[in-house]
Ligand binder design. Structure first.
Ligand code: SAH
Length: 401
């Protein structure tokens, strides 16, 4: 008999609307033997079937729903089906790249599972007790369905600890040919270290926005803040930027960034790499009267959870205001937040407040901005309409008028 968890009165509303997370505070009863990651039946207080879920005893997200269909068992065949669907969709949607997100957790019906493909290597993150429980089966299915030479694990993200899981990384199948892979995206070659790079090695989610930058940067002086390994910098240079200044506080990331210039036959004199704190540098540049035609702000997650929002909002506002003050008329600002805890409305509000403050600080009644475009992650990062938390990457393209 499958174990059951019972929700408090009214707590079935959110999961019935296909939000896949059951919070600990919503659970009032447990029946049967429940172990970490095993499948439980979720019932309402009146005994109604809500779904089948993976149980996470340590996490505030106590269970994640696999299926809302009472006739669907959670077994090897379930994962085979889900993975096949995810892979087929990527094949249909995503072209022009050898760096693709094959599986994006909740959006692919597999909460906690991330699988990225770099050429013939898969890099996986098992970030919930449920996918950890099914790891062996998942790896086997990925090997069968993807025809990749190597499956590498990067389950070294801090969220694993909240699930009571230890950090893990290393080869799961095959052999990693090199710790530095060269991938191609829209005619640009990028260097990726799947063993030590951020996330699984690269910010695949910014692909469409890199293309946007490439299209718009001809002849421009560009500032790329929080550049990491220079994804946007390379795009701007390839798009014909006159000069690109890229800033990050990680010397290791900058070293990789600069090596990609030769790989892409880009004149190194157009690129300047600055190893400095972004907040200090923005202040210094602004006070020094620097001006740019395009500024990209893609900072780290300032709000890892809701309790950090207030401080995060201040930080987002500060960098946006500084950037806005350095834009030439008709200059473009591409600004992002990857904090899942910050929703679209708060992001807009923060950026628009920064615009107001920029005008006040500059004492320039003409200084204004207009939104040209909303920016988000690509088609390989779909977003469930029932799960706003999955829409973590928010961005705006603004023009100074
Ligand atoms: N824009 C990048 C991803 C940015 S990730 C891309 O498209 O690939 C965030 C980056 O911010 C990391 O590389 C990190 O080293 C850097 N960072 C974090 N805090 C910083 C700070 N205070 N000053 C400068 N860089 C910082």
């Amino acid at each position: 008999m499958q174990a059951t968890i019972i929700l408090g009165a009214g707590k079935e509303r959110s999961p019935m609307n296909h939000h896949p997370w059951i919070f600990a505070s919503a659970v009032v009863g447990y029946e049967g033997k429940i172990t970490s990651g095993s499948t439980v039946t979720v019932k309402s207080d009146s005994g109604r079937f809500i779904g089948r879920a993976a149980y996470s005893p340590m996490s505030q997200i106590r269970a994640r729903i696999w299926s809302w269909d009472e006739s669907e068992p959670i077994d090897h065949a379930f994962f085979k089906r889900k993975i096949a669907i995810a892979l087929a969709h990527r094949k249909k949607w995503v072209v022009q790249t050898s760096a693709i997100r094959l599986i994006f957790g909740e959006a692919d019906g597999l909460p906690g599972l991330i699988v990225d493909q770099y050429n013939q290597t898969l890099v996986c993150q098992f970030l919930s007790a449920g996918v950890e429980f099914w790891k062996e089966a998942i790896v086997q299915i990925l090997e069968d369905q993807s025809a990749c030479h190597c499956i590498y694990e990067r389950s070294d993200a801090a969220v694993r600890e909240r699930e009571g899981l230890s950090l893990a990384s290393g080869v799961l199948k095959g052999e990693l040919s090199d710790t530095e892979l060269t991938v191609q995206e829209n005619q640009i070659q990028y260097l990726i270290d799947p063993t030590k790079g951020h996330k699984t090695g690269f910010y695949i989610d910014q692909r469409d926005n890199r293309l946007e930058v490439a299209k718009l940067s001809s002849g421009l002086r560009v500032l790329n803040m929080f550049c990491y390994t220079g994804g946007f910098s390379l795009a701007a240079l390839q798009g014909g930027a006159r000069e690109v200044i890229s800033v990050d506080s990680s010397g290791d990331a900058l070293a990789i960034a600069s090596r990609q210039l030769t790989l892409n036959h880009i004149d190194p004199s157009k690129a300047k790499w600055v190893d400095e704190d972004a907040f200090d540098l923005l202040k210094k540049y602004r006070e020094g009267g620097e001006q740019f035609d395009m500024i990209i702000l893609d900072p780290p997650k300032f709000a890892p959870s809701a309790q950090h929002l207030l401080r995060a909002k201040k930080a987002y506002k500060e960098i946006n205001r500084s950037a806005m003050q350095m834009l030439r008329p008709n200059g473009l600002l591409l600004t992002f937040s990857c904090s899942g805890a910050m929703d679209l409305e708060l992001f807009d509000q923060t950026v628009f407040l920064a615009a107001q403050e920029a005008a006040t600080h500059q004492k320039d009644p003409k200084l204004g901005f207009r939104v040209l475009k909303r920016l988000t992650s690509g088609l390989d990062h779909p977003k469930l309409s029932s799960f706003p938390e999955g829409n973590y990457l928010k961005g705006l393209m603004l023009e100074r008028i």
